[in-house]
Design a protein around this ligand. Structure first.
Ligand SMILES: Nc1ncnc2c1ncn2[C@@H]1O[C@H](COP(=O)(O)OP(=O)(O)OP(=O)(O)O)[C@@H](O)[C@H]1O
Ligand SMILES: [Mg+2]
Length: 387
């Protein structure tokens, strides 16, 4: 008989609940009586099917423990254990077994039972086993609560991030037109300002600041756009991506003829080719920018195919940075060098990380001041299963 009354259902019963399953009626009765005297709520079942029915219709849904005989007609202890593990994984199971079936009890332990006791047993034997099983149940419950609150926090964080992205996108979008007008009017003013005096100086500064604001707004818009939109995943040979980025960079008017390129064999990854193009454009343009003052800038790009994930790196022999700051670089607007030294918005690496993580990969940076920097990516290989 289920032990709850309607009144008890309103307030949770603090007593631990145990489902006892045994086809030996006398043993079941004696054990049930002793457990009730010990302060347990007990659901006594003469067969596994009865226990499953109690769990299925919710009567025993808040049971903490399952204490079941191993050998029973119909569904046996092992079968019961398997089904309960699937439907109520938080319930801790203890098996009762005769000497003849100890081997099966050990097998049951391997498939998730908490412990077993050999029949016939005394209450003094089973009490500490049940106490430990209850402690395990308490820890499982705590872990489940923690996991739920972690998942909850993660969901709230993701929602806040999405909102922030949308906000950044909206602000950038709305600022675009007025900034564009300011730059336009500053240019129109040029012919009215004579000579190289203070007024011209201010106007030049105004135009420069306006152009920079335009650049920031464009970068912010791109940043916001990367937050959503589906990934077009397909096998992408990184050799092709990197070659086209390098060719585009070398063709730029500011391209540095002294740059030495070393591009090794690169793996084929599973990803979105145009987004991966943005990743390598940012990494390679950083490598060029921060090594431009070297006599012979050296850019090395290499990779290795691994089990599941592939590794790719972009290394330069430029100014480098303090390795203690390596994590900061991936946050929005974080820059370790001044605008005067090396111009930029500080959104490039933030975009890179966002794209890489959307691919299920990761990125890390290593560097030494004055000795160059190396950015290493892990990306899923072409043979990875589609998520
Ligand atoms: N290869 C590198 N060598 C040295 N420092 C680097 C390198 N790559 C990035 N950094 C540091 O990390 C900062 C952030 O890089 P990120 O690409 O996000 O911004 P940025 O290049 O300054 O601007 P942009 O938004 O135009 O890319 C840089 O300002 C620089 O301080
Ligand atoms: Mg950059």
């Amino acid at each position: 008989m289920p032990p709850e009354t309607a009144a008890q259902l309103a307030t949770p019963d603090p007593r631990p609940g145990v489902i006892v399953v045994d086809d030996e009626v006398a043993h079941l009765q004696a054990l049930t009586d002793r457990l009730r005297t010990d302060g347990y709520r007990v659901w006594a079942c003469g067969a596994a099917e009865q226990a499953l029915a109690l769990l299925a219709d919710g009567q025993a849904a808040d049971a903490d423990l399952l204490l079941t005989d191993l050998r029973m007609p119909g569904i046996d202890g092992m079968g019961l254990l398997e089904q309960v593990r699937l439907s109520h994984p938080e319930i801790v199971a203890v098996l009762m077994t005769g000497h003849a079936s100890i081997e099966s009890a050990v097998a049951a332990l391997q498939s998730g039972a908490f412990d077993y006791v050999v029949k016939p047993f005394r209450m003094a034997t089973i009490r500490p086993v049940l106490a430990r099983a209850l402690e395990t149940r308490r820890l499982r419950r705590q872990a489940a609560v923690l996991q739920r609150s972690l998942a909850d926090r993660q969901a709230r964080l993701e929602a806040a991030n999405r909102e922030l992205d949308a906000f950044a996108g909206r602000v950038a979008h709305d600022l675009r037109a007025p900034i564009h007008h300011m730059v336009g009017y500053a240019e129109l003013l040029q012919p009215f300002v004579e000579g190289d005096g203070e007024a011209r100086h201010y106007l030049t500064r105004l135009t420069e600041a306006g152009l920079r604001a335009e650049q920031i707004v464009e970068d912010l818009l791109r940043f916001a756009r990367l937050a959503d939109g589906p990934l077009q995943r397909a096998p992408v040979p990184l050799q092709r991506v990197v070659s086209s980025v390098c060719a585009a960079m070398a063709a730029q008017p500011a391209g540095n003829a002294r740059v030495q390129w070393r591009v090794g064999d690169l793996p084929v990854v599973l990803g979105d080719e145009s987004l991966l193009g943005i990743v390598f454009t940012n990494l390679i343009s950083n490598a060029l920018k921060f090594s431009a003052r070297r006599e012979t800038p050296l850019i090395e790009i290499g990779g290795a195919a691994g089990e599941g994930m592939c590794t790719v790196w972009v290394r330069d022999n430029g100014v480098g940075f303090d390795p203690a700051q390596a994590q900061r670089l991936f946050a929005a607007f974080e820059r370790l060098h001044t605008q005067r030294e090396f111009p930029g918005t500080g959104l490039g690496l933030c975009n890179v990380r966002r794209i890489v993580e959307r691919h299920g990969g990761s990125i890390r940076a290593a560097a030494q001041p004055g000795q160059g920097a190396c950015f290493t990516l892990e990306l899923p290989g072409a043979a990875s299963p589609l998520p």
